[in-house]
Write a protein that binds this ligand. Structure first.
Ligand SMILES: Cc1cc2nc3c(=O)[nH]c(=O)nc-3n(C[C@H](O)[C@H](O)[C@H](O)COP(=O)(O)OP(=O)(O)OC[C@H]3O[C@@H](n4cnc5c(N)ncnc54)[C@H](O)[C@@H]3O)c2cc1C
Length: 459
């Protein structure tokens, strides 16, 4: 009888624990559907255009700060209804990370926090009437935040747009993976000489995105594809990482640059620095030293610029087309409009400009929220200037190696890779994505990813 009671209590404990876990992974929305006020009906309206690192963190903090207020409504309008967790995008190439977990549900996160969301592309701003036009609809605002992100910069190099693949999002990462598989399938059908260009992959730009992409292609080829293609020697695949500067990862410490380079070389990735691509054609990259690389597979990660849509909005811009803002991130000469993230030329509080990275966008979004409320409440005298506080750099090179610089502490290797994973896992907003990626990583210790080609997304 006693044993039965103990077993019953234990079972009850498990059921309660599972219920608590389920609730933690599936939080309830702030408003029940019948309680949710319409955005247009709020007395004070904050409209955020863009739901990435900057826009999302601004909207999320605003909803946190106004939890007890009935007068402030927040709406996010973005062209995608997902939040791209950029640091994990390169991991999609090797299938280490599932694309669905990198594109996190933006609508759910915002609606649950108490904001409204509409998926639409901005067309124009009427600053007199304080409305934004997007896809035929007018969105009113009292304060407007623009966080429209960036776009690749091709620096006018001939052939890049036509022949190179970008690495600017989830679809791009999937396209790159499909291209590698496509080449493996093509080459498997060839009897006789295989053109060198088919199996040569050139990644241009050795910043964090380029380094991680080259390494992910290596993992895809050697860990995932090689056993499925016994007639194709994976060592015939050349991966070349090309960089115009004389070093890779220019933003991190030289000792970590050397460690990263050594790791890439150990993966037989050819790191070629101090070389610029001058032209890209369908089957080669022409370099500034007069040589050529025969390749049909070029990936461009070398440049970033503010989203070109900002040029159509008629706002003051600097020579790189970043929206000019003051120390509080208010757009110059444009009352009630603010700009943050990659689309803004934002002062970093130390005499320079904040870099176009997730940390800066996130800090700007977080910091702008109280200033927006102070402005709405007529307390502009209390505005606090933005100051960028770099936390560090984390770069993963393969599943078991990373180079990290965190608050001045530098470390590399397996421990750094575990740190990379733990740090980014906890930064994911969606509890579902967090749980799924953690499970995928644990399974990945025992199982090789099964990689298939999804036709239609190669070109
Ligand atoms: C592959 C890759 C990896 C990266 N890895 C890192 C990293 O590891 N660490 C790091 O610090 N930084 C990283 N970055 C840089 C970082 O992602 C950006 O600096 C950061 O996302 C900028 O935030 P944002 O809000 O300005 O733009 P984003 O996060 O890009 O968000 C832009 C938002 O604007 C919306 N939008 C765009 N155009 C329109 C339009 N016309 N109308 C309406 N909405 C629109 C989009 O839908 C999106 O919601 C990476 C970038 C890339 C490309």
């Amino acid at each position: 009888m006693g044993k039965l009671l103990n077993a019953g209590l234990a079972l009850g404990g498990v059921v309660v624990a599972l219920g608590a876990l389920r609730r933690a992974l599936n939080p309830s929305p702030r408003y029940a559907p019948w309680e949710k006020p319409r955005y247009d009906d709020f007395e004070k309206k904050v409209l955020v255009i863009g739901g990435g690192f900057g826009g999302y963190s601004a909207a999320k903090r605003l909803t946190d700060l106004t939890e007890e207020r009935e007068d402030v409504g927040v709406m996010v309008v973005a062209k995608d209804n997902f939040f791209t967790f950029w640091p994990m995008v390169p991991g999609i190439v090797s299938s280490d990370i599932d694309a669905r977990n990198v594109a996190q549900p933006l609508r759910r996160a915002l609606v649950f926090a108490g904001a409204s969301f509409r998926r639409a592309e901005i067309e124009s701003i009427d600053t007199e009437r304080r409305v934004v036009n997007a896809e035929g609809r007018e969105f009113p605002y009292d304060e407007l935040v623009l966080s429209l992100g960036g776009a690749p910069n091709f620096f006018g190099i001939p052939g890049v747009e036509e022949h190179a693949m970008n690495m600017r999002g989830v679809e791009d990462a999937e396209r790159i993976r499909n291209r590698v598989i496509e080449r493996f399938e093509e080459v498997s059908l060839i009897r006789g000489e295989v053109p060198e260009s088919k199996l040569t992959f050139v990644v241009i730009g050795a910043g964090a995105t380029g380094v991680e992409t080259a390494s992910e292609i290596h993992s895809l080829v050697h860990d995932a594809l090689a056993p499925d293609y016994p007639n194709l020697d994976p060592n015939r695949v050349r991966i070349i990482l090309l960089e115009g500067l004389d070093r890779i990862l220019p933003e991190i410490d030289p000792a970590l640059q050397r460690a990263a380079r050594a790791q890439l070389v150990s993966q037989h990735i050819e790191v070629r620095t101090g070389l610029l691509a001058q032209e890209i054609t369908g089957d080669r990259v022409k370099l500034n030293d007069g040589t050529e690389i025969h390749t049909e597979n070029v990936i461009w990660t070398a440049g970033n610029r503010p989203n070109p849509v900002t040029q159509e909005l008629g706002l003051p811009a600097d020579e790189k087309n970043g929206i000019v803002v003051d120390e509080y991130l208010r757009v110059q000469d444009t009352p009630h409009v603010w700009a943050i993230g990659d689309c803004a030329a934002a002062p970093d509080g130390k005499g320079g400009l904040a870099p176009p990275n997730a940390q800066a966008a996130n800090q700007q979004g977080y910091g702008i929220a109280p200033n927006l409320l102070r402005t709405l409440d007529g307390r502009e005298d209390l505005l606090e200037p933005f100051e960028y506080k770099p936390i560090g750099q984390l770069v993963e090179i393969g599943g078991d190696f990373a180079v990290n610089e965190v608050m001045g502490v530098r470390f590399s290797g397996l421990l750094a890779s575990l740190f990379w994973r733990a740090a980014y896992l906890t930064r994911l907003e969606s509890p579902q994505s967090r749980a799924r990626i953690a499970v995928d990583w644990i399974l990945g210790l025992f199982l090789r990813p099964a990689v298939t080609q999804l036709r239609g997304s190669d070109e």
